[in-house]
Design a protein around this ligand. Structure first.
Ligand SMILES: Nc1ncnc2c1ncn2[C@@H]1O[C@H](COP(=O)(O)OP(=O)(O)OP(=O)(O)O)[C@@H](O)[C@H]1O
Ligand SMILES: [Mg+2]
Length: 302
């Protein structure tokens, strides 16, 4: 899938997270030999979690641009189907295609809506649990395509390793990146090493990051003498999405005052700020910090 490119420079702040993603994904995909030499496998999966609007999806897009790998995006609406067995098949097909086109990145957005925690006290499996079990199999590299199962030649040669290697696309160089606001709803089986073996906390931006995000978001806007440091101080608990909204409002204010305005001024930003609220609460931040200390290894920036 072609995604609108997002370059690392378009993403403000997040220095440590960007470096981590480059080390875990970009470099192994670009230079697999260097990592093979020290027998270091690529991580199978990376889970990004944090409050809404704080750059998880944008980071995944940045990664796709930087790696120049094939990028497969799957959100729950694309995977789930009303027909029996179809949702599991969609997951299987997704991994199959990603393996065929390797190196590739599969991005599972809103992972908590895609798979549910298994309930050990109920006998029958719900659709969410079946999707989870298919995803676990695929991440372990055991997924098979339905067409293969129907194929007699495939079945008779199932014990032949050579044939397996030749015909079945391998899962090396297929990395799964997932994003969620609710890591507490993710089944523990997905978080064990070998599946999502790197869990990264993407927190709400701090003061310096807000300043850097404001610079990144306004890099293509005609700005006249706006003190972004001051603005960053005044936007505590604003997410990246809130800051983007603030910049859009400021631009709109400039046009409302003068349809031929050439610049967006500090006054336009201050006016926009009066009509803006942070979408993140202190309580939410505390909750995410607690989750961050549970789902290590993580980057906690404050
Ligand atoms: N660090 C950042 N630098 C530049 N833009 C950002 C940053 N953080 C967020 N944004 C902007 O905010 C918008 C929302 O970000 P994004 O969709 O990545 O958030 P998210 O964490 O995936 O949110 P959700 O959990 O609701 O899916 C994006 O359009 C992006 O342009
Ligand atoms: Mg998102």
């Amino acid at each position: 899938m072609k995604v609108k490119p997002v370059y690392w420079k378009d993403i403000g702040g997040m220095k440590e997270i960007k470096e981590r993603l480059q080390m875990c994904i970009e470099r192994p995909l670009r230079n697999p030999k260097i990592f093979k030499k020290v027998n270091l496998p690529c991580p199978r999966g990376i889970l990004l979690f944090g409050p809404p609007g704080c750059c998880k999806t944008t980071l995944a897009r940045g990664l796709a641009t930087a790696c120049d790998a094939n990028f497969f995006v799957a959100n729950p609406a694309q995977i789930y189907s009303a027909f029996v067995g179809e949702s599991e098949k969609n997951i299987t097909e997704l991994f199959y295609q990603a393996r065929l086109c390797a190196p590739s990145i599969i991005f599972l957005d809103e992972l908590d809506c895609l798979v549910v925690k298994r309930q050990f006290d109920t006998k029958s499996q719900g659709i969410g649990e079946k999707v989870l079990s298919t995803l676990l199999n695929e991440m372990d590299g055991f997924g098979t395509r339905t067409e293969f199962q129907k194929n007699l030649k495939w079945q008779t040669l199932l014990n032949c390793d050579e044939y397996l290697e030749e015909e079945m696309p391998q899962s090396d160089q297929v990395i799964v990146v997932a994003a969620t606001n609710r890591p507490d709803l993710i089944d523990d089986a997905l978080l064990r090493p070998g599946r999502f073996d790197v869990v990264l906390y993407v927190p709400a931006p701090n003061f310096e990051e807000r300043e850097s995000i404001l610079h990144a978001l306004t890099s293509k806007m005609p700005i006249s003498k706006v003190d972004f440091r001051k603005l960053a101080e005044e936007t505590q608990l604003f997410s990246g999405a809130d800051l983007k909204n603030l910049c859009n409002k400021a631009a709109m204010n400039a046009l409302r005052k003068n349809m031929n305005a050439e610049f967006i001024t500090e006054e336009n930003f201050e006016e926009a700020l009066k009509n803006s609220q942070p979408s993140i609460t202190r309580k939410q931040v505390d909750k995410y910090e607690r989750l961050a200390s549970k789902y290590g290894p993580v980057i906690t920036q404050r």
